[in-house]
Write a new protein. Structure first.
Length: 94
């Protein structure tokens, strides 16, 4: 079982994932995107779905027309783990 990272370690690790922020009290990593249109946003979400499924680590997200909001949290650890940062890095690479 993964272990939740302390807040200080999370703050230090945020430099690895530009655009992401740490939200409390959930706690989670969070990022929002805005695309040109619905199709681009949906295409992005589809790419993330395939990536997340391959990692067996699934983000919470919402899409509204051209906007996507994503939250990463390791529910089994009760917080943010290195696994969340790994997924955030892979999402950023898309």
């Amino acid at each position: 079982m993964p272990t939740a990272m302390p807040d200080a370690d999370i703050q230090a690790a945020l430099a690895q994932v530009p655009g992401w922020s740490f939200l409390a009290p959930e706690p989670c990593l969070a990022r929002d995107w805005q695309f040109a249109d619905f199709v681009q946003a949906f295409g992005f979400v589809t790419q993330v779905a395939l990536l997340a499924q391959a990692m067996d680590h699934h983000p919470d997200w919402s899409q509204s027309y051209n906007r996507v909001s994503m939250r990463l949290r390791s529910h089994d650890a009760g917080g943010v783990t290195q696994r969340d940062f790994d997924l955030a890095q892979r999402i950023n690479a898309l």
